[in-house]
Design a protein around this ligand. Structure first.
Ligand SMILES: NC(=O)CCC(=O)C(=O)O
Length: 305
């Protein structure tokens, strides 16, 4: 993750697609996701159009460790190297690239199960597209969702997935955006390091559940936003009680003071939030923790990472 001087932070609109109807048929999932991105791009009636559109975690496949190997696609992206979409083996990548280009928007393509043909392993992977449809960044979920709350939920992504090995952010013409995926939000180091490396907004496609969702979904996002004085956002699938995994929904965008700017309920919907750099500046000026750190007492993890 090379450090560059952060670009100017300008106001923009973020759209989160809380996608529903994610079923067993991948082509149907892709068609529906594409249609919802097109709808999101048309924006709210009286507001500016979104500059970034976000899809949820695992948007092209049912969510569950048995499904990942079946739905996994080869992407073959090497960071820092131009990627030829026309030669991509991934139908999801092709669709995402095309719809980013069609809508002339940045697109954070949720996540999909990815098979790396060099190591044979499967990852939970987020890809990002420029308004020209170029694949410009990729994040593999670093922390795998392995939990066991007896009588409530047991889930083990590591049955079939491998954790990613890098932290990732990308620059747009209006902000630096840091990436994580769902369970990554529980590890504050990732968000802290991204913020210290100049990210203004952190976006994590995610899919909490009906046990941990009500307890921690909002708490963690507001915590990460306030700790780091950044905008923080997670985009979930809609809740589907006929699916094997019941997503919490409640996609949201939180500002650097911890205020929720926009929140979905559990149904399929699109939410928008206006990202205002003034809030970022006034939060940091009013509560100046970014200049009060005591690296003489504890190490700066963004340097040692
Ligand atoms: N998809 C996930 O990583 C789910 C994480 C989750 O529900 C949690 O409680 O953490």
């Amino acid at each position: 993750m090379p450090f560059k001087v952060p670009p100017t932070f300008k106001s923009f609109t973020l759209a989160l697609v809380q996608l529903g109807n994610i079923g067993a048929n991948k082509s149907d999932n892709l068609r529906h996701a594409r249609a919802m991105v097109l709808t999101a791009a048309s924006g709210r009636a009286d507001q500016q159009k979104p500059s970034i559109i976000v899809l949820p975690e695992c948007f092209n496949s049912p969510y569950g460790h048995v499904h990942f190997p079946v739905y996994a696609e080869e992407i073959g992206y090497t960071p820092g190297t131009p990627y030829d979409i026309a030669k991509s083996k991934s139908e999801s990548v092709k669709m995402l690239s095309e719809v980013a280009k069609e809508t002339k928007s940045w697109l954070i393509g949720g996540s999909i199960p990815e098979k790396d043909d060099t190591d044979g392993k499967i990852y939970n992977t987020c890809t990002v597209y420029s308004p020209a449809g170029e694949l410009i960044c990729m994040h593999r979920k670093v922390h795998l969702f392995d939990i066991d709350i007896p009588g409530k939920i047991t889930f083990k992504e590591s049955e079939t997935l491998t954790g990613g090995k890098s932290m990732n952010f990308f620059d747009t013409e209006f902000a630096r955006i840091g990436l994580g995926i769902c369970y990554d939000v529980r590890f504050p180091e990732l968000a802290m390091i991204a913020a210290r490396r100049g990210c203004h907004v952190l976006v994590y496609p995610g899919a909490f559940n009906l046990t941990t969702g009500p307890l921690h979904w909002e708490l963690l996002q507001r915590g990460r936003a306030v700790d780091n004085q950044v905008f923080f956002s997670m985009c979930s699938p809609a809740r589907d009680l006929t699916a094997g995994y019941h997503a919490w929904g409640h996609s949201m965008v939180v500002n650097p003071m911890g205020l929720i700017l926009s929140e979905a309920n559990e149904d399929e919907t699109i939410i928008y939030a206006d990202i205002d750099p003034e809030t970022f500046k006034t939060a940091r000026a009013g509560v100046p923790v970014t200049t009060q750190r005591r690296f003489d007492v504890y190490p700066d993890v963004s340097v040692v990472a």
